[in-house]
Design a protein around this ligand. Structure first.
Ligand SMILES: Cc1cc2nc3c(=O)[nH]c(=O)nc-3n(C[C@H](O)[C@H](O)[C@H](O)COP(=O)(O)O)c2cc1C
Length: 432
């Protein structure tokens, strides 16, 4: 099925398409709700807009932020989101997703601290407040590529993700998983020293902790039952809790739906269909809340390698999906809303707000204003047009000539292991 690229010159045109497709995309033209504060545990985010983690592949060989990393985050700081969810930062060198992925170590923790200080000072000067900053601590597992060559460390053979079965030697043993859990202790300690407000035990997009949630076919302590499949995540939390001081909160960016049929996916009905089933995600979030007091949860879906249309609906990509991009947005918004409704007292940060371009602010206001999530998270838009927050606040509208056009250029740069940014709106720096 081929769809026309974005063609909604008016809100009315977009609303008509939403109605025709019957997708869940609440829009609100009154945007002021986005500029109200949000409590996150004992801290306060100054507004309801968050920048999602966006890996820039621009760290130094030893994992420290590089010059382009600094440039990206200072642009983000100027823009004034209430929360910056710092990109994937590796817990160990062998599980980096690229030779330039950030990796927090005793030797480079000062460089992270300096960058965080600069982010806070920049935002304070420009906006009058500092953003909350969460570190996304990751183990790339299946997608480990520490020297630029794939070195997959997998939970189980997953036909939906493997054209050819990977060698059995790629399957992690239970002991190796225990070692990976322990690594979260040191990373969390360093996150605390660097000054992060919170630590995300990353559990999304089919990186290791996320992949283990669907390890139905795996034998041993980490596969099969719900308890076993969630063991790694919870043990990583325990390790992180023992490493970071009590003032630093723990949270996760979590896939509540992978978009693959059972037994290859989490959050899906077990009848072989692709229907969303949030029973286990809701149970897991409830447990994380009870066990570790998470003060917010970041909800996302899909896999950027196999079904990016689920993860980040687009107009231009490597394949034409079998659904309208607005159906992808609607699935994401519906999942976010259902999680928020299951946990009225837990702030949910929703993902995937970029696709509606100049109308994205209306979707954010519709979701937040309607109580479907507490905060709206933007990924690609933050690369293309970080200043969009000022335009929403001051003009009540976005500039259609500056928005992200969902061309996939930033993702191509990321996959190539080169610094990632917007090849359309920030062309002087980023080229394909
Ligand atoms: C270049 C690029 C880098 C990304 N890096 C990360 C990352 O480090 N961690 C993560 O959880 N998601 C990452 N994502 C996913 C985004 O955070 C976001 O979920 C996705 O782009 C959909 O949101 P959007 O529609 O606002 O762009 C990345 C996406 C892109 C395109």
């Amino acid at each position: 099925m081929r769809h026309e690229t974005f063609h909604y010159p008016t809100v009315q045109a977009l609303k008509e398409e939403i109605d025709t497709l019957g997708v869940f995309m609440p829009l609100k033209e009154e945007l002021s709700v986005l500029f109200t504060p949000q409590q996150v545990g004992s801290r306060t985010a100054a507004n309801r807009i968050a920048f999602e983690p966006m890996e820039g592949t621009d760290g130094t060989a030893d994992g420290a932020p590089g010059e382009l990393t600094r440039r990206r985050y200072l642009r983000f700081a100027e823009a004034g989101p209430g929360l910056i969810w710092f990109e994937a930062v590796a817990t160990l060198p062998e599980v980096r997703a690229s030779a330039h992925q950030l990796w927090l170590t005793r030797d480079n923790v000062d460089a992270f601290r300096r960058l965080l200080d600069e982010i806070r000072e920049t935002s304070l000067r420009r906006n009058g407040y500092a953003p909350l900053i969460v570190c996304q601590a990751t183990n790339s597992g299946r997608y480990a590529k520490p020297t630029g060559v794939p070195a997959p460390r997998i939970a189980y053979h997953c036909p939906s993700l493997e054209d050819q079965p990977l060698p059995d030697s790629c399957i992690l043993t239970d002991d190796e998983l225990r070692g990976y859990e322990e690594a979260y202790q040191e990373t969390a300690r360093l996150c605390d020293e660097a000054g992060f407000d919170g630590i995300d035990v990353k559990c999304c997009h089919r990186y290791l902790a996320s992949e283990l949630l669907s390890a139905y076919t795996r034998k041993g302590a980490y596969g099969g039952s719900y308890e076993n499949r969630t063991r790694f995540l919870k043990n990583c939390y325990r390790a992180a809790r023992s490493g970071a001081g009590a003032g630093v909160f723990l949270t996760s960016r979590m896939n509540v739906y992978d978009g693959f049929p059972y037994p290859d996916g989490f959050g899906v009905r077990n009848d072989g269909s692709l229907e969303v089933d949030l029973t286990e995600p809701v149970r897991l979030i409830g447990e994380l809340r009870q066990l570790f007091g998470i003060p917010l949860i970041n909800v996302t879906m899909g896999n950027p390698y196999r079904n990016p249309h689920v993860n980040r609906p687009y107009d231009h990509g490597n394949y034409v999906p079998d659904e309208h991009p607005l159906e992808g947005v609607g699935r994401m918004m519906d999942g976010i809303s259902r999680i928020q409704r299951a946990f009225p007292g837990l702030p949910v940060l929703g993902s995937g707000f970029t696709y509606p371009r100049q109308w994205a602010g209306l979707l954010a206001a519709g979701m937040v204003g309607g109580g479907h999530c507490a905060m709206a998270g933007f990924g690609r838009m933050a690369f293309a047009y970080p200043e969009f927050i000022h335009d929403l606040r001051e003009r009540g509208a976005l500039d259609a000539s500056r928005v992200c056009v969902t061309c996939g250029g930033c993702a191509k740069l990321l996959r190539a292991g080169t610094p990632a940014g917007c090849v359309v709106r920030d062309r002087e720096v980023y080229r394909l």
